[in-house]
Ligand binder design. Structure first.
Ligand code: M7G
Length: 298
């Protein structure tokens, strides 16, 4: 403990990797004694504790900086209290991969027209589509996570498997429920491949997953979000089902397409996802980034 505190005092700052007002986090890169052994420090403001009256009594400064009608904002300072506490995670020595993970990267908004999809994106998906899918094939082929499966239908065309996402581990905390429905068929890489012929499959997945969640976790469908990512990380059709309390950056509107909306769109127009422009954000670490940046800057 003593040694750790000493080290923090000796930290030499090199670079700011991230300053995020949304997550109230800053990430610093630096080192302790040896400049070649880098350290990452992640500072995050802590959630409020619930000792309200005691903390309010400790306000020592109150400066108004905004007022309009009934709306007023202040900068306040609280003496010595847990509301000011900050959580610090250190990674030392930090690998380049971890440094990249915590570094803010540039992002752009892409409106992917069918032309952009057909000329650039499809080629990329065809090249990488089976990359990193081994974990998912292991589940479908009965080689991994079999004890976690909640429902399965082995039919190679109509079948699918429902199981917990690996982010959901504490089954006693059902407010963190996060399930995946993964299709047996391997020919649907993404939302772009869906057409009217898949409506029955999607409706079955929706109905059976909602039933399974109600039976196993006693949660009604009005507490469940079901959505598909475009672009996903893994190009094999899977649908996310999360409890409404799950706060995940992965469900942000840049990537998530609600399942009920997808089914509705396909019913209205069986070729909807072949013809519609799709908007998303893409980070500079994505291999498609430079090509799409060039196209979208024209
Ligand atoms: P995605 O939409 O392809 O990408 O979702 P995202 O990760 O950017 O959201 C894939 C989902 O699969 C994510 O929610 C992952 O947490 C989950 N996942 C990834 N892996 C490697 C596994 C795994 O091995 N087992 C399980 N059960 N879930 C996984």
């Amino acid at each position: 403990m003593q040694e750790q505190q000493q080290q923090l005092k000796d930290f030499k700052f090199k670079k700011l990797l991230l300053n995020s007002p949304e997550t109230q986090t800053i990430v610093l890169l630096g080192y302790f004694e040896d400049e070649n052994k880098e350290a990452v420090l992640i500072f995050k403001k802590k959630p409020f504790s619930d000792d309200y009256q005691n903390n309010l009594n400790k306000i020592i400064q109150q400066n108004k900086y905004f007022e309009n009608d009934i709306f007023t904002r202040y900068n306040i300072e609280i003496q010595n209290d847990e509301w000011n506490e900050i959580d610090l995670q250190t990674i030392y020595p930090a690998t380049q991969k971890l440094i990249n993970k915590y570094t803010k990267c540039d992002s752009i908004i892409v409106v992917e027209t069918p032309e952009i999809y057909n000329s650039v994106v499809k080629k990329y998906i065809d090249e990488v589509k089976t990359n990193s899918l081994q974990w998912l094939y292991n589940i479908l082929e009965g080689k991994a996570e079999q004890e976690r499966i909640l429902y399965q239908n082995q039919d190679m065309h109509k079948g699918f498997i429902i199981l917990p996402d690996y982010k959901f581990n504490d089954f006693t905390n059902t407010q963190q429920l996060y399930l995946l429905a993964i299709t047996q068929r391997r020919d649907i890489q993404s939302l772009r491949d869906l057409d009217g012929s898949h409506i029955e499959l999607l409706e079955n997945i929706q109905r059976i997953t909602e039933q399974t969640i109600q039976e196993k976790f006693k949660i009604f469908k009005n507490k469940i979000r079901a959505y598909i990512h475009y672009h996903p990380t893994y190009y094999h059709l899977h649908i996310h089902f999360t409890h409404i309390e799950v706060q995940e950056t992965s469900m942000n509107c840049d990537r998530s397409h609600p399942l009920h909306q997808v089914i509705y769109n396909l019913k209205k127009d069986p070729s909807y996802y072949k013809n519609t422009p799709l908007m998303y954000s893409i980070q500079s670490t994505n291999p498609l980034y430079s090509q799409l940046k060039q196209i979208t800057e024209q």
